[in-house]
Write a protein of this length. Sequence first.
Length: 430
Amino acid sequence: MAGEKIRVMIVDDVAETREQLRKLLTFDPDIQVVSMVGSGEEAVKTVASVQPDVVLMDINLPGIDGITATSKLLEVSPTAQVVMLSVQGESDYMRRAMMAGARDYLTKPPSADELIDAIHRMAKLKPIRGAEVLTPATGMGSGGASLGSAARRGKIITLFSPKGGTGCTTTAVNLAIALQSTVGPEIKVALVDLSLQFGDVAVFMKLQPPRTIADLASRASEMDAELLATVMMPHPSGVKVLAAPPTPEDAESLLTADVVDEAGGNRLIKSILKFTRQEFDYLIVDTTHAVDEVMLALLDLSDMILVLLRPVIPEIRGARNFLTLLQKMNYPMEKAGLVINSVDNKRMGIQPEAIERNMMPALVHVPLDERIALTAANYGVPFVVKEPRAPISQAIIKLAQVIHKNFSDETEESSQPAETQRRSGLGRLL
Ligand SMILES: Nc1ncnc2c1ncn2[C@@H]1O[C@H](COP(=O)(O)OP(=O)(O)OP(=O)(O)O)[C@@H](O)[C@H]1O
Ligand SMILES: [Mg+2]
């Protein structure tokens, strides 16, 4: 994209508004308004020939409204990034707009800064999906996208580290967005926060979900798609987030003793996960650092377990113990993968290669980058969005590619059974 301008299409039925938006955008030399249309129908009809990077879409349009226009437009031009514009107080509309595939929204009238920032953010989302990253060597052209939505059984990818502060949440959040961005809007990615008492996925994504997984507790055995959709919070990247309860007390309804099944797993969590995976291609799951009833339920359903560690002795020891525990439980070890986080080749420390010799080859080494990681956590803007070219982001994007390739290559026959037969008894001993 270097040197190229960001191509913007403006969709608004009021000519004066279109013109105001265009004028605001003249302040940025990297942005070029390539089309202005007055209706959703016209936008859908012309988008393929215009090929905008970003579409500014008014939500209230005569004829088809902005939400319908967005989903139709994305069918024709799936790489366009739609930013929805609406007057204040239309939050329910906004939710629907995000469901329809809009990546962001702005309140009318937006300031020049808001508008220009949003457009740059959208444009940054684009390259990590394009050919620049997906080189032929990775074997993942855009054709290898969906995992087959006809009989969808999404892949559950669990991130776990026995120690706290290792980077589990950071990795989960960025991995979910990287998967969505590398593969494209044709796959559905959910990010589930199973750190039920102190989960912070929503904070890492600057989301304030009105509902959380706790709202599913009383309906876990009779879930339906509509209920799930009202609880999952859309992020501008396209990822849908099932957030952890706002306070530890709110998690109680999911953690009562009578929800534990005979194998030691949390029955409610299992039901919620089983239903959610029917609605998504991937579920990226963040966890706490304990093998408890929630984790046992999750492990039974996980298609991949990513064990995270930093190159320090206590974390190496913890990760090794956890892998040994998985073996004792008869987990198929081919489901387990290692992620070494905060690798710093310049500092003295344990070499990642030594860890790999001691345990297993890692899927990826994620470099230490305190500035980028801390800024991302503090501002709630994941680094794969803000700085997709940085080595820390590239490492997570590579992880997303490896994961997607793994599951795209998997044939029906070689795919693992839906539920792992864990050695019974061990669950209860824990
Ligand atoms: N590769 C990295 N380089 C530098 N800092 C990092 C890296 N990955 C994560 N961090 C930082 O480490 C801190 C802990 O990260 P994070 O919250 O993701 O870990 P966690 O394992 O989920 O922790 P918790 O125990 O709170 O669940 C955060 O401040 C994050 O910004
Ligand atoms: Mg965490």
